[in-house]
Write a protein that binds this ligand. Structure first.
Ligand SMILES: Nc1ncnc2c1ncn2[C@@H]1O[C@H](COP(=O)(O)OP(=O)(O)O)[C@@H](O)[C@H]1O
Ligand SMILES: [Mg+2]
Length: 294
């Protein structure tokens, strides 16, 4: 029997002592995927990516699913997916694409390919002086400071010109600075899900009152979004600009700029949550795309 592995992590896999607050997203992904795979005669194994290699004996394809701790253990994570690939297991998305997507400097490559990206300054370390520089370059009054390797808004800082962090403040890791875009608080963040390069569904994500982070861990909520033809074309352009063979899945996160056009915030190609509730066809589409790869 063909066996598909869904790589979770210690805090999303069932039976874990301490499961995360956004665990329902993991459960929803499995609920969407398992029956669609079963219908096609494919067996699903849900396992922590850090499990011993033997756990993956007999697996044909491994989906990077809810491995939501890889950003703090990138070396071990890459070594594991390389080892699985060496055993002949198809990895989706593949290790070379994962490596490319792991550091947000990939946004520069997308920009060079003609995609509109949120204006960004790239720095190895950020101090108050660096924040002031960004505020001036972007002619704005708030900037977002993020990790170049990050996820889930972890370690992120929103700094206002009228609330500077002080001379002792240091953001001590490779960073990216962007103007705070007010669209996050009005329209929200737009996500476009593509399976095998074909648009499946879109959603709009809004933060809880008093926050600007749309992640469910911070109280963010999402609903179905019907994109205009122009918006959809902008998202498709990002998906098409990814310089690898068509990814099994992609989630393109975008924010509207002041001139009304969408700019890409992230192309999520490693282990994005794909919002099966807003796209009930997701399980079927994923299973179809998986069948083509085994
Ligand atoms: N330039 C920005 N303007 C407004 N909000 C932002 C901006 N960049 C990030 N955010 C907010 O912070 C969240 C996390 O940032 P993101 O770039 O998606 O990093 P990640 O999801 O990898 O942690 C976004 O979902 C959004 O809510
Ligand atoms: Mg994000």
């Amino acid at each position: 029997m063909t066996k598909i592995a869904f790589l979770a992590c210690s805090s999303t896999v069932s039976g874990a002592g301490k499961r995360r607050g956004d665990l329902f997203e993991h459960d929803l992904m499995i609920a969407a995927l398992e029956p669609a795979l079963a219908k096609r005669g494919l067996d699903l194994l849900v396992a922590d990516w850090a499990s011993p290699l033997e756990t993956f004996e007999g697996v044909d394809l491994a989906l990077l699913g809810t491995s939501w701790n890889y950003q703090d253990q990138t070396k071990a994570f890459l070594a594991k997916i390389d080892a699985l690939a060496d055993r002949g297991i198809a990895i989706c998305n593949p290790p070379d694409l994962v490596r490319w997507n792991m550091t947000k400097t990939y946004l520069r490559a997308l920009e060079e390919a003609g995609v509109r990206v949120i204006p960004t300054l790239w720095r190895e370390i950020v101090t108050e002086k660096g924040v002031l520089e960004a505020l001036d370059v972007f002619e704005c009054d708030r900037v977002v400071v993020k990790r170049q390797v990050g996820a889930g808004a972890e370690g992120q800082e929103l700094v206002a010109r009228r609330g500077l962090p002080g001379p002792d403040w240091v953001f001590d890791q490779p960073a990216m600075l962007q103007p705070y875009l007010s669209a996050i608080a009005t329209e929200g963040e737009l996500s476009f899900v593509f399976i095998d390069g074909v648009f499946s569904h879109a959603l709009v994500k809004r933060a809880a009152d008093g926050d600007y982070r749309i992640q469910s861990l911070y109280g963010g909520r999402e609903e179905v979004y019907e994109p205009s033809a122009d918006d959809l074309a902008s998202a498709q352009k990002v998906c098409d600009a990814v310089p690898f063979s068509t990814p099994l899945y992609a989630r393109i996160d975008m924010l509207r700029m002041d001139d009304g056009a969408l700019a890409v915030m992230e192309a999520e190609l490693i282990e994005p949550y794909l919002y099966p509730v807003q796209g009930p066809q997701l399980g079927e589409l994923l299973a179809e795309a998986i069948v083509k790869r085994v």
